[in-house]
Design a protein around this ligand. Structure first.
Ligand SMILES: *Cc1c(COP(=O)(O)O)cnc(C)c1O
Length: 389
């Protein structure tokens, strides 16, 4: 059996090596390292893939979120509602811009921000909602867009973990995540579903004016050379990374399909085990049965395959898997509202029952495009042998 890895970037690289190597060499030979033609071509190809009017590449997913908020003109004191259960980048940029982060609880079955909790957190100062499409599945965008419209709030989708996934609305229309809210961000961090070989990110929007504003912000606030109209940043996707991403983008759907196939095998193996709760495909997806992961649509792209271990032995299981040479991860072990940097007197433990539960129960198993049946069989057997029925 091949050594099991959390993410197998080498195995994936070997399949596209010729193309990656030659296009990276082309960039070096052309010396167009910054904003070269590869960046522009990738931007166009991603716009087409996502069916959005504007993609603005930038340096990483954290910058993408920050720049999206700057582009919307959010100001100190504005309240921005986001999930308590997410990677810290989401709340970090809100705080950095001196906006007020308002963390709210998530749903137990989808791990995503809870629309009811959003409603309760809205005040006259609320200006935006940041849903995170956590682990590769869209948040409840039907509800979130309705709430936003009712209260005149911006919606900024953090699509770092959801690229390539599709949200099916209650009316059966489908939209790729990142094209639903006012603006969206993504990350091309190597382990993400569409990862480059270093750092990278992008902002998406269908709003022409906002896209124009953001194109200036990423470039030092310049709209005309050496005329700095607003305070901007320097945030660029470099040409070598764009070359890598161009080689990978045509494979993104098949990569996500391979992730779903692996998730389906995991789900099948864990079915009926009492202390294991497998991830649910929620909402208005193509299936009526939430336990089915279909082959044909991108309702979940499994950035992570995350179980809940409900018998209190999550930490022992993690130790056991490590002892057996199986990598795994706890995303995330501490609620953001309990982090030193993001504590706020307005928070009340009773407002976060689900996040407080999830941080004790979740474990993410190896998930990538190269997992084979032997590896999955070994992982699932090891988990079940330890957890019991
Ligand atoms: C990875 C990630 C980010 C940040 O992306 P970077 O490219 O590492 O800056 C932001 N939000 C979420 C949910 C992420 O998973």
């Amino acid at each position: 059996m091949k050594k099991i890895q959390m993410v197998d970037l080498k195995g994936q690289y070997e399949q596209i090596k010729e193309q990656v190597d030659s296009s990276v060499l082309d960039v070096i030979n052309s010396t167009a390292f910054i904003n070269g033609p590869q960046v522009h071509s990738f931007q166009k190809e991603l716009e087409e893939y996502l069916d959005v009017t504007h993609v603005i590449p930038c340096a990483n997913g954290t910058d993408a979120l920050q720049i999206a908020m700057m582009g919307l003109g959010l100001e100190p004191g504005d309240e921005v509602i986001t999930a308590d259960f997410t990677f810290a980048a989401t709340v970090e940029v809100i705080a950095l811009l001196r906006l007020t982060p308002v963390l709210v609880d998530v749903e137990l079955d989808s791990f995503n921000i809870d629309p009811e909790a959003i409603k309760k957190a809205i005040t006259p100062k609320t200006k935006a909602i940041v849903p995170v499409h956590l682990f590769g599945q869209a948040a409840n965008m039907d509800e979130i867009m309705t709430i936003a419209k009712e209260h005149n709030l911006y919606v900024i989708e953090d699509n770092a973990q959801g690229i390539g996934s599709t949200y099916k609305f209650a009316n059966r229309n489908s939209t790729k995540t990142g094209g639903i809210g006012d603006v969206a961000s993504t990350s091309f961090f190597p382990s993400k579903n569409l990862g480059c070989y270093g750092d990278g990110g992008a902002i998406f929007t269908n709003d022409d004016d906002l896209a124009h504003t953001i194109r200036g912000i990423v470039n030092h606030g310049m709209y005309k050379r050496y005329h700095h109209d607003v305070v901007g940043v320097n945030s660029r996707l470099d040409s070598i990374q764009a070359a890598v991403l161009r080689a990978k983008l045509p494979n993104l759907d098949s990569y996500n399909k391979a992730r779903r196939a692996a998730a389906r095998k995991y789900n099948d193996a864990f079915a009926g085990i009492n202390s294991i709760v497998t991830p649910k495909v929620k909402g208005n997806s193509c299936n009526t049965d939430e336990n089915t992961i279909c082959d044909t649509c991108n309702c979940h792209v499994f950035h992570q395959y995350t179980l809940r271990i409900t018998n209190g032995k999550r930490d022992q299981l993690v130790q056991h898997l490590n002892d057996k040479g199986i990598p795994c991860g706890v995303y995330y072990p501490i609620p953001l509202h309990s982090q030193k940097a993001y504590q706020d007197r307005r928070y009340n433990e009773a407002d976060f029952p689900i996040t407080n539960q999830l941080v004790k129960e979740v474990v993410s198993l190896p998930m990538h495009t190269e997992l084979d049946n032997d590896q999955i069989a070994f992982i699932t057997k090891t988990v079940i042998d330890f957890v019991g029925n």
